[in-house]
Design a binder for this molecule. Structure first.
Ligand code: GLU
Length: 496
């Protein structure tokens, strides 16, 4: 089916809503999305919720919202806002497709390609032990394969597919020619009963009926592929092309786990990474552009993505790389957009910021802009700019630079205050302020003046340059903070 390039490409992402959206699911979505968009194809979202006990609506919602947040929009699938499904091949939730699977299970049963199995858990365990004792690999021994009559008084336990002992070969777009000997598989369970199919079966039916041409998914599904191909053959379905994306690994090369990093996409969102930063970072999990560009946009990835350049080796999840690319994306995001994105983070941190209608609103943009280059996330932006939105708290003695006395510090600050008062409000900018303060710093020493000035403005020993802070705060607030520092020194004079 997918051998001809003229055919319209249809790809899908088929997540199971059985837990928080994994960062690996986001990576699979991105590679499918890139491939679909590049080929002018269709990107389908299918919710694989056949496991009723473990599937939860809230996880499905998280998946839909996560994909939307990343900007990986799907052409067909459930609607993120609860509206009707989009697309002609629905329903797109497996839980709504039971009647369809039933028909195909029956077809296999009628053709003798599948059969009811009556072996209980205990029977299977006994079989397993017997095979192990005989030094043979454990697999289902085919006990019920050729039953002439069902065992009296027993109900079927499951439905099994007759796995022929053959060599299944396929060409994976990433791994190249891949082959599996099915002799060790044993007959596979495809359904618990007619209305309860399992993953490996439902996926075969859905990929065929949804006319999927390319299955792009994680390497953990590589060993499922021969089973799925055999079922496709039994059902007379075409075999799509496969591309198995490399595993995502911890820095010690073990499979990515919670022990090393957050695996849930939502935690990166909550920590203030940008969708653009995440998309860039997950794009590097197994692929990089030919020109070794590390920081790129979706548009750039769309232009340069090549499935044939996706690596086979596991992709290391390196959070420092994520921090780096996210910092770069913050620098290139328009400031107005960044402010909008930062607002919920200010709210969460309990920091009162000027509202959009406030005359002081422009100050917010300046405060945010000042964090760029150092802030890795929106949460960093908020923490770094906290000092602009509330009178800072600090100990009076922090105002004295090195061994400078309280009196000399007070003198220096009074001198600075006089300069600021005389300085035009519309010239409260870095360069003119520095120039205006230079005679004073020359006279008293840079540290003696600039240190207490910085502390009175920020309350911190390490902060942006005092001129930059004043440029954001403006004349009135700068003067208020320096005056308050002088009062603090006066009050604390006898105490230290
Ligand atoms: N539901 C499967 C999963 O979440 C997807 C399998 C597939 O893409 O075929 O791992």
């Amino acid at each position: 089916m997918a051998e001809t390039s003229k055919e319209k490409v249809r790809v899908r992402i088929a997540p199971s809503p059985t837990g928080q959206m994994h960062i690996g699911t986001a990576r699979t979505a991105l590679f499918n999305w890139l491939f679909a968009r590049q080929q002018g194809g269709t990107f389908v979202l299918r919710i694989e919720d056949t496991d009723v006990e473990r599937s939860k609506k809230e996880y499905e919602t998280e998946l839909l919202q996560g994909l939307e947040w990343l900007g990986l929009t799907w052409d067909e699938g459930p609607d993120a806002n609860g509206g009707p499904d989009r697309g002609e091949f629905g329903p797109y939730r497996q839980s709504e497709r039971t009647a369809i699977y039933r028909k195909y299970i029956q077809q296999l049963l009628e053709k003798g390609e599948a059969y009811y199995c009556y072996c209980t858990k205990e029977d299977l365990e006994a079989q397993r032990q017997a095979l192990l004792a005989a030094g043979l690999p454990p697999r289902y021994n085919g006990h019920c394969r050729n039953l002439v009559e069902p065992p009296a008084g027993r109900n079927p336990e499951v439905i099994r597919f007759k796995v022929p002992e053959v060599k299944v070969e396929f060409k994976d777009l990433i791994h190249g020619k891949t082959s599996f000997d099915t002799a060790l598989f044993g007959d596979q369970v495809i359904a618990k009963d007619l209305d309860t199919p399992l993953y490996n079966f439902a996926v075969v039916v859905d990929d065929a009926l949804m006319e999927i041409t390319h299955v792009i998914r994680g390497e953990d599904h590589l060993s499922n592929t021969p089973k799925q191909i055999l079922m496709q053959r039994a059902l007379g379905f075409p075999t799509p092309q496969y591309a198995h994306l490399p595993l995502i690994l911890n820095p010690d090369r073990s499979k990515m786990s919670k022990r090393f990093a957050d695996v849930a996409l939502s935690s990166y969102r909550e920590r203030g990474y940008l969708p653009d930063g995440i998309v860039n970072f997950i794009g590097l999990l197994g692929w990089h552009p030919k020109d070794d560009h590390e920081v790129f946009t979706r548009e750039y990835a769309l232009e340069h993505f090549e499935m044939s350049r996706v690596q086979q080796a596991g992709a290391i999840f390196n959070e420092e790389k994520l921090d780096f690319v996210n910092r770069e994306h913050m620098k290139t995001t328009p400031i107005v957009e960044l402010v909008t994105l930062a607002v919920p983070f200010y709210e969460k941190a309990g920091i009162a910021i000027p509202s959009a209608t406030d005359a002081n609103y422009g100050m917010l943009a300046k405060a945010v802009a000042l964090q760029l280059g150092r802030a890795k996330t929106l949460a960093d932006v908020v923490e770094g700019s906290r000092l602009f939105f509330a009178m800072p708290e600090y100990e009076a003695k922090l105002l004295c630079w090195k061994e400078t006395s309280v009196n000399d510090t007070m003198d220096a600050l009074r001198g600075a205050l006089a300069v600021l008062e005389a300085h035009a409000a519309n010239k409260f900018e870095k360069e003119p302020l520095l120039e205006a303060l230079t005679p004073l710093t020359n006279e008293k020493g840079r540290g003696v003046v600039l240190w207490p000035l910085r502390v009175s403005l920020s309350g911190q020993a390490a902060s942006p340059d005092p001129m930059e802070i004043m440029e954001v705060l403006g004349k009135d607030e700068s003067i208020a903070r320096v005056s308050r520092a002088i009062e603090k020194l006066e009050g604390g004079r006898r105490l230290f």
